[in-house]
Ligand binder design. Structure first.
Ligand code: NDP
Ligand code: GDR
Length: 378
């Protein structure tokens, strides 16, 4: 039985990867941060009572900024594979917390590599670094592949650039099986609520159910290559199963604007919107609503008003430096790993919308029952 250690276990990818590896028969250890409230929602279904003999899934307190903690965890768990998924992963927030982001996202990987090296585990332990398409930043060439030059555009991306190169360096210097997966944006029903796709699918669900009037967004023209997290975590595992340690781009090869993601999400519930105006003045207005579709989904058509402004731009969400266009070329992963995504953008939007409609219905019941509902949305 193989043993895996996953940092960032409470995050989107950590949760899907843990489930995937448990199904493959792995023993999984996860590193979670101390938090004042439970923050294990995404992995609660995997929980095993630690009092039972020989649990296959165990959580440990830890933090990527604490070397001694990481050394102890690697020593205690003796992993065959480490997946370093932990990070302050929000690009906009990295402009507010640049030093912390550098420490966790940049030096964090160095600490893990050093832990493996100092413990004499370089031959036993393979290690994966969650690298990112944000490394490409300011567009140098499209589509972006393993050979496209990097030009990071945020403290997050600069920190991840360090982690990328320290992974390559330890592979070359110490013959470690250490790899970068350069993953393009991947989303899911359990995507963090402040990333744009989830912010959109939550808000569209609330608007359709009459729980919210409007969605405020930043740059609608940004283009992203969006895939499904379930497909992408499989690629992480494949990257660690090869003869040679190498770096791979994981992407769908299709790019879409934020504006079109909004349109598609509204279209899922039968609402057609039209955008007008430029830059900060741009807005999205309801121009049609398919009563049959709304009713079939259990939504009261009276919630949707013709001419209602449902999307507005709020410059608060603009970034000091933006990444305008990402589109990945995953040919290497397709040919060498045999990786092929099962989801496309349409099925991704449908999966997220169905899940958020279901969640927001709970809010609807609570509101109708006179209970306070969660109003905070960023
Ligand atoms: P999430 O933000 O959902 O999860 C991040 C995880 O890291 C959470 O478990 C978080 O814990 C944990 N974490 C944050 N800081 C620390 C720290 N200092 N020490 C220990 N744990 C910490 O990210 P995703 O699951 O979406 O992404 C996984 C990784 O992949 C990240 O490194 C991200 O940068 C990278 N990536 C993501 C892409 C995407 O599109 N999703 C694309 C390319 C790369 P807590 O729950 O306590 O906050
Ligand atoms: P990104 O994801 O920065 O690509 O990083 P995010 O969803 O935050 O932004 C995508 C694009 O949408 C634009 N945008 C907004 N973004 C947010 N969050 N909120 C808004 O209201 C909004 N309006 C427009 C952004 O400007 C941007 O252009 C994600 C993270 O998961 C990283 O950790 C990962 O490395 C990369 O994907 C690949």
């Amino acid at each position: 039985m193989k043993t895996a250690l996953i940092t960032g276990i409470t995050g989107q990818d950590g949760a899907y990867l843990a489930e995937f590896l448990l199904k493959k028969g792995y023993r999984v250890h996860g590193v979670k941060r101390r938090s004042s409230l439970f923050n294990t929602d995404r992995i609660d279904h995997l929980y095993q009572d630690p009092h039972e003999a020989n649990p296959k899934f165990t959580l440990h307190y830890g933090d990527l900024t604490d070397s001694t903690n990481l050394i102890r965890l690697v020593q205690e768990t003796q992993p065959d594979e480490i997946y370093n998924l932990a990070a302050q992963s929000h690009v906009k927030v990295s402009f507010d917390t640049p030093e912390y982001t550098a420490n966790a996202d940049g030096l964090g990987m160095l600490r893990l590599l050093e832990a493996v090296r100092l413990l004499g585990m370089t031959a036993k332990c393979r290690i994966y670094q969650a690298s990112t398409s944000e490394l490409y930043g300011l567009v140098q060439a499209v589509p972006q592949s393993e050979t496209t030059p990097f030009y990071p555009r945020s403290p997050y991306a600069v920190a991840k650039l360090y982690a990328y190169w320290i992974t390559v360096n330890y592979r070359e210097a110490y013959k470690m099986y250490a790899c970068n997966g350069i993953l393009f944006n991947h989303e899911s029903p359990i995507r963090g609520e402040t990333f744009v796709t989830r912010k959109i699918t939550r808000a569209v669900s609330k608007i359709a159910l009459g729980l919210q009037d409007r969605l405020y967004l930043g740059n609608l023209s940004a283009q992203r290559d969006w895939g499904h997290a379930k497909d992408y975590i499989e690629a992480m595992w494949l990257i660690l199963q090869q003869e040679q340690a190498e770096d791979y781009v994981i992407a769908t090869g299709v790019t879409t604007t934020v504006r079109d993601f909004v349109r598609m999400s509204f279209a899922h519930v039968g609402i057609e919107i039209e955008f007008s105006g430029k830059d900060e003045q741009e807005k999205g207005v309801v121009i049609d609503a398919d009563e049959q579709r709304l009713t079939a989904l259990g939504i009261d058509p009276a919630n949707i008003k013709f001419g209602q402004t449902v999307v507005k731009v709020d410059p608060t969400y603009f970034r000091p430096t933006e990444v305008d266009l990402l589109i990945g070329d995953a040919t290497k992963a397709q040919t060498k790993l045999g990786w092929k995504p099962k989801y496309n953008l349409e099925s991704l939007v449908a999966d997220m919308m169905e899940s958020d409609l279901h969640l927001m219905r709970k809010e609807e019941y609570l509101k109708k029952g006179g209970f306070k509902t969660m109003n905070y949305f960023e």
